[in-house]
Design a protein around this ligand. Structure first.
Ligand SMILES: [Zn+2]
Length: 240
């Protein structure tokens, strides 16, 4: 992770922290803004990107989605995975809009595709209970940190975060931590809404259909004939 807080809730980026460290002015205790466990600086003088790291066994990270979406009971069939891929491409513009609206961020097509391929690498589509409605939230989790805000997808019933944030909800949520104008951390919670895409129009603008969808089809790895059929289908819902 690329931000931490000190014991006064002041937020520091890796760069700010390293700068203070040069003159021995860095805060002595640094914590994860989400779970409040202690962090340490890692990869300071190596080729890897310098970042903050949880101590062993205290990670709040939801990088391992298997913990959040129990998929241990059975494996998805190839057909089921194909179906979710098709559904996601059909919903891809609504997912894009939903991220922008729920998290008030402007995303570029390039960012959208890059983060999309990151979540495909994590085999998110193989998870049993995943739906296109989950994707906006998982997408921001994979985005991680953007424009002074850190994002974490979590199931508040599973982890200790509910206690830290004094929350009674056990729903899946995204915790968003941003910096106020004085440099202190402020938190907001976006609950996962499994109807979030249903309220949006399924009309796709031509710029999205002509540029973004072909890139998504490529990374999602459909057979050529499947891609062509899907593109034809989507052309009929296109907004000129
Ligand atoms: Zn943490």
């Amino acid at each position: 992770m690329y931000t931490c807080i000190d014991s006064n809730n002041k937020i520091y980026t890796v760069d700010q922290y390293c700068l203070l460290k040069k003159t021995n002015k860095e805060p002595q205790i640094i914590m994860c803004p989400f779970c409040r466990n202690n962090l340490f600086l890692r990869a300071e003088n190596s080729q890897e990107k310098t970042h903050f790291c949880h101590k062993k066994n205290t990670s709040c990270s939801s990088v391992d989605y298997k913990k959040l979406f129990d998929s241990s009971s059975r494996k998805k069939t190839t057909e089921e995975i194909l179906q979710i891929k098709l559904e996601i491409i059909r919903s891809s513009y609504r997912i894009f809009k939903s991220i922008e609206q729920q998290f008030a961020i402007n995303i570029t097509e390039e960012m959208y595709i890059t983060i999309f391929s990151k979540l495909l690498d994590k085999k998110v589509l193989n998870l049993l209970n995943i739906t296109p409605n989950h994707i906006p939230y998982i997408w921001v989790n994979e985005l991680g940190y953007y424009e002074n805000t850190s994002y974490l997808y979590t199931n508040l019933g599973n982890v200790n975060l509910a206690k830290v944030w004094n929350l009674s909800s056990k729903k899946d949520s995204v915790i968003c931590i941003s910096e106020d104008k004085n440099g202190y951390a402020c938190t907001s919670i976006v609950e996962v809404d499994l109807d979030c895409l249903n309220i949006l129009s399924n009309r796709i603008p031509i710029w999205f259909l002509s540029k973004t969808i072909p890139s998504l089809l490529e990374i999602i790895n459909l057979e050529t004939s499947q891609s062509e059929n899907l593109l034809k289908e989507l052309l009929n819902t296109c907004e000129y």
